[in-house]
Write a protein that binds this ligand. Structure first.
Ligand code: B12
Ligand code: SF4
Length: 531
């Protein structure tokens, strides 16, 4: 009997940019009695059906974009006699769909770190439950990933999570609803230990797979103070102190390390915090700019973001403090006009963001936007074939529309074409060459140019384009470029790298999934002194 964990994807590039973290976390949650799981990341290579044997346990993770492929993998595994279990955000929101279309034996809703051990045990006993409530576990229960099961030659960046949940409530985002508005921080010691293990393997680029690296703003602190809410102030201060502790420890790691995270624009108000990030080698962050106009921001419940000149200034502040910005912009908001596209790319160029992504408005399940749209569609549902458009992920990719919600003045094709042009303009050789001047030497400059082009091809070429010839060309181009980029990110492994010794010991693999048969740990908590 083997446990297989499968990250489904329609596109396999041979090399991937970022490790799918869930795969290595669930590997850590797999009880040791079941042996080391077999990890399959289809963004590298598709699964080989013959590898699945009757009685095996197959865990498949689905987000909305890869649900259809995930269900096909699950059906294949079930037909071969395996136990099939789904998890991930999409299965959490649509467990019945995963049970029916994906022919699952079981679905885990929420976090898998603790629940997965029980699922494996129940499958081994031949009696899995239909649904497991994984819930929202505490940050201290998040497991460290099993990086020893990863093939380091295949990934450019590893991913480590430091915090989950976000206090905001943007209308297009499901994070605050599924992961909650209460930030759940991992113990910083556990984060640092994992990063040390990754640097030993030769990873110096690490994506911090966080929802929002700036969970407490200066405004939050001021408001708590003004309200005389001492308990709140203490809670917020404690969260913030832990963030600083983490950054202080990151700053002690080898100087060649580069971290990247996701953060709200509000951090631009807080020079101290940005400086701590720079010292910690957090050299870049995805910032959700979303829209450049006040109307656009209001539409997505993000009017705390800046617009106009204040926006350019806010984004420039990040750069002044040594943190590069990957600006994320959304097109297709009701307030968008044809002129918005040019205004957005001009703003992205003016604000000096190092990278940018221009995504088309997608109503993701679990969001306010999705709920509103589903209600509108309830009486006269639009169908594509026989699938209601509100279940767009069930429409085969070749015929799936690129946009789902109608815009008041522009057609979907117009929005798509204009979006594509914005990508082309931002990632034209001229501006990319200009932006590459932020790197220290010619080698890095070339790396920067490759990466910019790869990002553009992987995203806009395969994702937005409806032209199948262009998509095919983009895929083979991306495959080739990905290989070259991988070489640029490779670092010499540091097997001898010593990690910090903590005052309060923590188990290397986090908590045992359940008593007596959990993942391997280093044993009981040990108290050792810090050097
Ligand atoms: C880091 C991140 C990224 C990174 C890295 C992606 C990567 N290769 O890993 C980047 C920036 C590249 C990215 C890109 C995108 N992302 Co993203 N991303 C995240 C983020 C913040 C964290 C994901 C993560 O690694 N978490 C850590 C792991 C350990 O947690 P986890 O994946 O949730 O897994 C746990 C449980 O879900 C469960 N579980 C998961 N799988 C399974 C399987 C089984 C069998 C079981 C039992 C349990 C289980 O157990 C795990 C451990 O507790 C999430 C937000 C979030 N909080 O989930 C968004 C999120 C997943 N992303 C999202 C989106 C929309 C995207 C993009 C489409 C954005 C865009 N418009 O381009 C792209 C798509 C990329 C792609 N093709 O996969 C959405 C997905 C919404 C949805 N309904 O599908 C999320 C939820 C954020 C949001 N705004 O709502 N993303
Ligand atoms: S988009 Fe970002 S800021 Fe808004 S709720 Fe989601 S994670 Fe938080």
């Amino acid at each position: 009997m083997s446990v297989h964990l499968v990250n489904p994807s329609d596109n396999s590039f041979g090399t991937a940019v970022i490790t799918p973290r869930w795969l290595f976390v669930l590997a850590a949650a797999t009880p040791k009695t079941a042996g080391d799981p077999i990890l399959v990341d289809e963004s590298l290579e598709p699964i080989v059906p013959e590898s699945i044997q009757p009685g095996d346990i197959v865990g498949v993770s689905v987000h909305t974009g890869n649900a259809l492929r995930g269900y096909a993998v699950g059906r294949m595994a079930r037909a071969r006699g395996a136990w099939v279990v789904y998890g991930g955000i999409h299965a959490t929101l649509f467990p019945e769909e995963a049970l029916e279309t994906g022919e699952a034996h079981a679905v885990v809703k929420g976090d898998g770190d603790v629940a997965w051990g029980q699922v494996v045990a129940d499958c081994l006993a031949g009696k899995p439950e239909r649904i497991y409530e994984g819930g929202r576990i505490e940050g201290s229960q998040f497991l460290a990933a099993r990086w020893d099961l990863m093939n380091p030659a295949k990934y450019m960046w590893a991913s480590v999570q430091t915090i989950r949940g976000c206090p905001k409530h943007c209308s297009f985002c499901s994070v605050w609803r599924t992961d909650g508005q209460k930030p759940r921080q991992r113990k910083f010691q556990s984060v640092v230990d994992e990063i040390v293990a990754l640097r030993r393997l030769g990873f110096r680029y690490i994506a911090l797979a966080d929802d929002n690296f700036y969970p407490v703003t200066l405004t939050d602190l001021r408001q708590a103070r003004e309200q005389g809410n001492t308990a709140k102030l203490e809670e917020l201060t404690a969260i913030r102190t832990e963030r600083y502790q983490l950054m202080e420890e990151l700053a002690k790691l080898p100087k060649d390390m580069v971290f990247f995270t996701q953060i709200t624009m509000e951090a631009g108000e807080d020079g101290d915090y940005l400086d701590a990030m720079r010292r910690a080698n957090i050299k870049g962050a995805l910032v959700g700019v979303e829209a450049v106009t006040p109307e656009g921001l209001k539409a997505v419940f993000k009017d705390w973001n800046c617009s106009g000149d204040a926006l350019a200034k806010r984004l420039q502040t990040f750069k002044e403090h040594g943190v590069h910005v990957l600006g994320s912009f959304i097109f297709g908001l009701p307030s968008d006009k044809p002129a918005t596209f040019d205004a957005t790319v001009e703003m992205a160029l003016k604000a000096g963001v190092t990278f940018a992504q221009f995504v088309m408005m997608t109503p993701f399940p679990g969001t306010v936007d999705f709920g509103r749209w589903e209600k509108e569609q309830a009486t006269h549902p639009t169908l594509v074939g026989d699938v209601p458009i509100t279940r767009y992920w069930m429409i085969p990719t070749e015929v799936r529309p690129k946009m789902f919600t109608p815009h008041p003045t522009m057609s979907s094709d117009e929005i798509r074409e204009r979006t594509q042009k914005v990508w082309d303009k931002f990632y034209d050789w001229g501006p990319v060459w200009k932006r590459s001047a932020c790197t220290p030497n010619l080698r890095s400059r070339i790396a920067f140019m490759f990466l910019s082009k790869l990002y553009r091809q992987m995203y806009a070429g395969t994702g937005i384009s409806t032209d199948s010839a262009r998509r095919k060309k983009s895929k083979s181009w991306a495959r080739w470029t990905a290989k070259q980029c991988k070489k640029l990110f490779q670092a010499t492994p540091m097997p001898e790298l010593a990690g910090p010794k903590w005052e309060i010991g923590i188990p290397a693999m986090g908590h045992a999934a359940f008593a007596g048969d959990g993942p391997e740990t280093t044993g009981p908590f040990v108290v050792i002194s810090k050097n």
